[in-house]
Design a protein around this ligand. Structure first.
Ligand code: 4AD
Ligand code: MG
Length: 424
């Protein structure tokens, strides 16, 4: 038994492959079946004089099969090699497969459990796997420990409007929006830590970049400032892009993404202040008031044609979360940063320096009209050896979506959760 990907190593020899029938057609004299397994696809040809002809002729699309044949080089075959079938065993004869050509997006989402078999999904999921692996590998190589946050929480990190409430033995808790508040507690014992975990947002926005459940790679470090974290994020994204360019060439090509473009993703990324971003947008005739958060249209205008992501820093305090450290030079601004992907793929990273002073933090919580009760333990962290610290969160699904150049974030998530979809 071989992986289909390795067929070229066995030219002239008899091998067996097992998988599913991707396509099948017959010329009357020859049956051409394209077989796919987890590693690739290969065409299998069965001639009338073969004892396998009967089974090969009756096989349906998506049947599971075990096929034995001789590997032959053939330029016309997809992948460059084909199997001359000697034995064609149908393990399970599939019922008529509901996915045919030209079906609507909605239908494909309804049958997601079957659409996962498509080559598009197969390629995107392989890139996704590389990205997750590369994040862990890179953060660990930089001396960061992986620590897991709780998913049930009682304090909002990113504002009340996107919290999911969960009934909890007669009271209620929330699904985590971010590990940040807990990470701030853990830096006093581990100092440099990261996690890759799900985060949940009751996002009402139906955009190509929002899901209600996403994977969040988050980093937090003691004795760090905004510049330190920008550097960590830049290195992380660059390393992931290089790894994908190297390891997923066939998948990227299938998805229409040139691996050469990813090879260009190297530090440094451009850094501009919010003020400069506003100026650029005004030049492009997009009106945005000072203090407003950037919407999808602004993100698109700001990043169209860029080769690399761009950092935006020094946001107006009112547009960002309560915990961000004010800029000493201009307290109307906070030391927060966003990393915007090229061509409107959206905000990949959001991060900041955190307020470490108890008095200031209390004041900001008050100014934001937040009740201090759920944050008492968080305020404690400023009472016992507080230190400057900073961190960021990276939306991993968005990163994969941009690297794959996909039309929609859900194209790179096996079972995406959106405002109007939780099945299958
Ligand atoms: O900018 P956000 O809200 O930042 C935080 O949650 C910080 N507490 C992180 C931290 O400093 N530890 O979210 C971080 C990133 C965004 O830049 C985006 O990439 C992703 O998480 N994200 C989403 N991805 C998909 N769907 C959604 N609904 C997302 N919301 C945020
Ligand atoms: Mg953000």
């Amino acid at each position: 038994m071989i992986d289909i990907r390795d067929a070229s190593k066995h030219e002239g020899k008899s091998v067996s492959v097992r998988g599913w029938v991707y396509r099948t057609r017959s010329s009357g004299k020859v049956v051409f079946s394209v077989i796919r397994d987890g590693s690739g696809i290969i065409q299998a040809t069965t001639k009338t004089d073969s004892k396998a002809f009967k089974d090969a002729s009756k096989v349906t699309v998506e049947s599971s099969v075990i096929v034995k044949g001789k590997v032959r080089k053939d330029k016309r075959a997809p992948g460059g090699y084909e199997l001359e079938v000697q034995d064609f065993q149908i393990f399970h004869l599939a019922e008529p497969f509901p996915i045919t050509r030209d079906l609507s997006e909605e239908f494909l989402l309804d049958v997601r459990h079957l659409w996962l078999r498509s080559r598009e999904m197969n390629a995107a999921l392989k890139v996704r796997s590389t990205v997750f692996g590369a994040i862990h590998e890179h953060m660990r190589s930089q001396g960061y420990s992986e620590i897991q946050p709780p998913m049930f929480t009682t304090a909002a990190c990113e504002g009340g409007s996107t919290l999911f409430e969960v009934p909890y033995f007669g009271s209620k808790v929330y699904l985590s929006q971010s590990w940040q508040l807990y990470a701030e507690a853990m830096i006093t014992t581990i100092e440099k830590l990261y996690t890759v975990a799900p985060s949940f947002r009751a996002e009402k926005s139906r955009t190509r970049r929002h899901v209600t459940e996403f994977w969040h790679a988050e980093v937090e470090a003691a004795w760090s400032n905004m510049d330190d974290m920008i550097k960590v994020a830049e290195d992380l994204i660059s390393n992931v892009a290089q790894k994908v360019a190297k390891e997923n060439k066939p998948e990227l090509e299938y998805l229409g993404r040139d691996p050469k473009e990813l090879k260009k993703i190297k530090p440094p990324f451009e850094r501009i202040k919010y003020e400069e971003a506003l100026k650029r947008l005004h030049k492009k005739e997009l009106k945005m008031e000072w203090g407003q958060d950037m919407g999808a249209e602004a993100e698109k205008k700001l990043t169209e044609g860029l080769e690399k992501p761009i950092f935006i820093t020094h946001f107006p305090a009112e547009s960002k979360a309560f915990y961000m450290q004010p800029d000493q030079k201009n307290p109307k601004l906070v030391l927060g940063f966003d990393l915007q992907a090229p061509n409107g793929y959206g905000e990949l990273v959001g991060g900041s320096e955190r307020i470490h002073d108890l008095k200031l933090l209390k004041q900001k919580i008050k100014e934001n009209n937040i009740s201090t009760k759920p944050y008492e333990w968080y305020l404690d962290l400023r009472k016992y050896g507080t230190v400057p610290h900073a961190g960021f969160g990276l939306g991993v699904d968005r990163l994969v979506s941009w690297l794959c150049k996909s039309d929609h974030i859900r194209d790179v998530i096996p079972f995406p959760r959106t405002i109007n979809r939780t099945t299958p």
